[in-house]
Ligand binder design. Structure first.
Ligand SMILES: [Zn+2]
Length: 246
């Protein structure tokens, strides 16, 4: 059986209302299970440890079958004086300074990951997946992710299992709405990518809360989710890993 994984990125108290709306619309399409990429303290101004209503909302989503995934800690990278042109291009032009795990040391990554897991310990189940903000996970930080015992991570172009199952090449559909030209480029690109990935074993659709605010982007997100569903298990990444290891 082929799979479709829909993931919702940047779930935090700052985006909770948009996320709720997105999940409701996905449910209308028949998507009952997604991977929710949760940020413990979004941009250092939305600590979930201090937000009881967000925590109980998230518990309800997890109890309904959605998978909680750790998604960075602050989702923000401190700019460094020594940044090379390539690092600046990668972390700022491409991701607007969100690449938090791009060049953390193993120790620093490890301490943020542990803190993130502690912050999510109120959930009724364990968190087994980690996805770096903007999928930028450096080699040193990846060591920390493995050492702590996460089961998997994802990159822009692959699903990466740490449980002896190997990797699955699969490029995620993802939209950018930061500027109008980016949104229109995303629409053209994702139309092509949807055709290219139509027969692959895993289709990944990555949604950001801001996608909902761009009418043409949101229309295409829903269209491509609906088109990918027939004949596929619509599951979380964790569930996909289980199917894939069988
Ligand atoms: Zn993100």
């Amino acid at each position: 059986m082929k799979s479709l994984v829909v993931s919702l990125h940047d779930v935090s108290p700052l985006t909770q209302t948009l996320c709720e709306n997105i999940l409701a619309q996905l449910q209308e399409l028949g998507i009952q299970q997604t991977s929710l990429l949760v940020i413990p303290n979004h941009h250092r101004r939305a600590p979930i440890t201090e937000n009881a209503s967000f925590r109980s909302w998230l518990v309800r989503k997890v109890e309904a079958g959605h998978e909680p995934v750790l998604h960075g800690y602050f989702h923000q990278r401190q700019r460094q004086k020594t940044d090379s042109l390539l690092s600046r291009l990668t972390t700022e032009t491409y991701t607007a300074g969100e690449g938090e795990f791009f060049d953390l040391s193993t120790d620093e990554a490890s301490s943020r990951l542990r803190r993130g897991l502690e912050d999510l310990a109120f959930l009724p189940r364990n968190v087994v997946g980690f996805v770096a903000p903007a999928w930028l996970l450096g080699a040193a930080a990846e060591m920390a992710v493995r050492e702590i015992g996460f089961w998997y991570t994802t990159r822009l172009s692959r699903f990466q299992s740490f449980r002896s199952a190997g990797d699955v090449r699969s490029r995620s559909l993802v939209w950018s709405t930061r500027a109008e030209w980016r949104a229109w480029t995303s629409l053209a690109w994702n139309r092509c990518l949807a055709i290219a990935t139509a027969r692959t074993r895993l289709i990944r659709i990555g949604i950001h809360p801001s996608d909902l605010g761009h009418a043409a982007v949101w229309r295409q997100v829903k269209q491509l989710v609906a088109a990918a569903m027939p004949g596929r298990d619509c599951v979380s990444y964790e569930k996909f890993l289980e199917i894939f290891r069988r």
